[in-house]
Design a protein around this ligand. Structure first.
Ligand code: ATP
Length: 611
């Protein structure tokens, strides 16, 4: 049973924020340094959701920090607007809107190309701030005279015009920021963001609109940046132009790496170390211009030796002190008694729409796929009926996996048509096809390795319970109706209940293989494709997995590719044999075993299972 302590992190954060002004000055922190740390920490909350949780490394956050800050400062200084908080919130909204449009462009690419686009964006914004818009932004002078907030409560007026009163103001907003960020990362959206970071391709194949979720993370990060930018102007009484500088983005990335990405508190701790050392090197050691060099070396050492940053190291230490936290659960070892999947009732496939539950569920007509000069599939006609368990065999390179990829719309056919439950799905998005009830398990595991088994299955089940895209940013993951039950039933079915809270990276291969099937199963498909589910398994694991497949086949249509014909023929009704991208023959297992063409195809190929 999982022990959850609701609001513990929030409580500790509140206590730390209350105690900080009493403790940090004794460690050599000035009030203005502490205030700057809070602003960097708040700025970094959004960035950590984008980078640490979603895996999108952006070097363009200064664009949104500057935009939000300048917009708020302009309203408060040049436009005669006198509601400080409203101006800051408007600045954050403008940064979010700008982030939306920039995200639409930048997120068209991934990896290093995405990062390069964000570098270019930061540079463009810096140029625009200094040149075409200098009449509004003050150019290299920035905008002086930004007022501090005052709140008239009737009986008293709250003013934030001293360093420590400003600390109270910033600490309040940091607390609000962390509460919101924690809700986001604990929401269904947060779970999907971490799936995108670990394996975007699989997250999409499980029915999630990953572009929509990435854009959401990008906008959230822009809003946090814009809000923090607004606070910067208010704290300093001056909106500096260097908020827009590329250095600002770089510093944010480095602070997050030092503190620990994917922890939310990493940017705050990273900023603490960074600002403390920069003050120390400049003001105490009087290193002059060489302070950046020393800081750079410290950065390299910290990142090399604390690979998960300061917060990551603290979490590891805590886990060690708490006894490892990952003891082998009873009955979970490789030598556990064989389980009986037939004793567990599988989730029924979800009925989608009003398609008939008899007759053909899937039909492929004239399906071909060419990769340059290679013809992977050629003119395949293939029909599977509701409730059928079909086997597909063929020598290596016969085109079996390519055929599956076309059926699930992972790759577009060069020609031909695919009809699923009476609907033409040719050229559809893989996530949309999964939502219709057609998905597959992969020949090579496609799991979310850094996450637990429970989280893996949750991500799969969320596709079914929530559809392709939903902005339930503030909903508790465990509040999604039926989700936990579906996860636990799937885990029981694939015999992973004892492993639910283990990171996938720690599982032995056979269990990873079963989880691979579990992910597909948790989407409640009405047609489940299994690409070599027995690949790489020991004889005992094969027997168990065949029993598992028999169990999940109840009431479900399945197509299974495998090279282990004895096991496959035990499971399936009809068999389709592919050779050189074409259908060679179709028939019942007994006919296939004795078919001369099939024997010739196999004896002529690498495999000799037919002999
Ligand atoms: P195996 O049993 O080894 O998994 P298979 O029957 O699944 O093989 P496919 O993986 O579908 O065969 O490959 C069919 C042919 O298409 C092979 O010649 C392969 O090299 C080629 N092929 C598959 N994917 C690509 C690709 N992305 N680019 C170029 N060629 C490809």
């Amino acid at each position: 049973m999982r022990i959850t302590r609701p609001y513990l992190i929030e409580l500790i954060t509140a206590l730390a924020l209350i105690l900080a002004p009493f403790v940090l000055p004794h460690l050599g922190f000035s009030p203005s340094t502490i205030n700057r740390i809070l602003i960097w920490g708040l700025f970094g909350l959004g960035f950590d959701i984008l980078f640490g949780y979603t895996g999108l490394l952006s070097f363009g956050q200064s664009a949104f920090y500057g935009t939000g800050g300048m917009f708020a400062a302009y309203l408060l200084t040049e436009a005669g607007f006198d509601h400080v908080m409203v101006a800051i919130i408007l600045g954050a909204v403008v940064a979010g809107v700008v982030g939306y449009f920039i995200g639409l462009i930048a997120l068209r690419r991934t990896g290093i190309y995405f990062a390069m686009i964000t570098v270019a964006i930061a540079e463009v914004f810096f140029f625009v701030e200094f040149n075409p818009l200098s009449a509004f932004t003050g150019g290299e002078n920035g905008l002086p005279g930004v007022p501090t907030p005052t709140f008239n409560l009737g009986f008293t007026v709250l003013k934030f015009n001293t360093d420590w009163s400003m600390y109270g103001f910033l600490a309040f907003w940091y607390f609000v920021g962390i509460v919101i960020a924690l809700r986001i990362v604990r929401s269904p959206v947060g779970a999907i963001l971490s799936a995108i970071r670990d394996n975007p391709r699989r997250a999409e194949a499980l029915g999630h609109n990953i572009h929509g979720y990435k854009l959401t993370a990008f906008v959230v990060a822009a809003i946090y940046a814009g809000f923090a930018g607004g606070l910067l102007g208010v704290m300093q009484g001056f909106m500096p132009p260097d908020a827009f500088m590329f250095d600002t983005s770089g510093q944010l990335v480095m602070q997050t790496a030092i503190g620990g990405a994917g922890t939310l508190f990493g940017p705050l701790l990273g900023a603490t170390v960074w600002l403390y050392l920069s003050d120390f090197f400049q003001n105490t050691l009087h290193l002059g211009a060489t302070w950046k060099l020393v800081l750079g070396i410290v950065f390299v050492l910290l990142v090399c030796f604390l690979r998960r940053g300061i917060v990551g190291a603290m979490v590891d230490l805590y886990a060690l002190a708490a006894g490892g936290g990952n003891e082998e659960p009873a009955g979970a070892s490789a030598g556990s008694p064989p389980f009986d999947p037939a004793a567990i009732e599988p989730m029924p496939p979800r009925r989608r729409g009003d398609a008939p539950a008899s007759g053909p569920i899937l039909r492929a007509q004239g399906l071909s796929k060419r990769y340059g000069g290679i013809v992977a599939n050629s003119d395949i006609d293939f029909t599977v009926d509701h409730g059928e368990i079909r086997g597909i065999i063929g020598p290596n390179g016969a085109g079996k996996s390519t055929f599956f990829k076309m059926l699930t719309c992972e790759v577009a056919p060069t020609s031909g048509q695919i009809t699923f439950e009476g609907r033409d799905i040719t050229g559809m998005d893989v996530s949309a096809v999964c939502q219709l009830g057609l998905t597959k398990s992969y020949q090579i595991n496609q799991l979310f390795d850094r996450l637990t088994v429970r989280r893996n299955l949750t991500i799969a089940a969320l596709g079914e319970t929530r559809g392709r895209f939903r902005l339930d940013l503030f909903k508790n993951l465990h509040g999604v109706p039926g989700l936990d039950e579906q996860v636990e039933r799937t885990a029981a079915l694939v015999n992973l209940t004892a492993r639910l809270d283990r990171p996938v990276s720690e599982l032995p291969y056979g269990e990873k293989r079963r989880l691979e099937i579990g992910l597909a199963l948790a989407t409640s498909p009405s047609l489940l494709l299994l690409d070599e589910p027995l690949a790489g398994m020991s004889p005992r694991e094969r027997v168990e997995t065949v029993a598992l497949l028999k169990s999940i086949a109840r009431g479900r249509t399945m197509i299974i590719i495998d090279h282990d014909m004895d096991s496959l023929f035990e499971l399936v009704g009809k068999v389709t044999v592919l050779q050189e991208g074409r259908v060679l023959v179709e028939g019942m297992p007994a006919e296939i075993r004795t078919n001369a063409k099939v024997q010739e195809a196999y004896l002529g190929g690498v495999h000799g299972e037919m002999a």
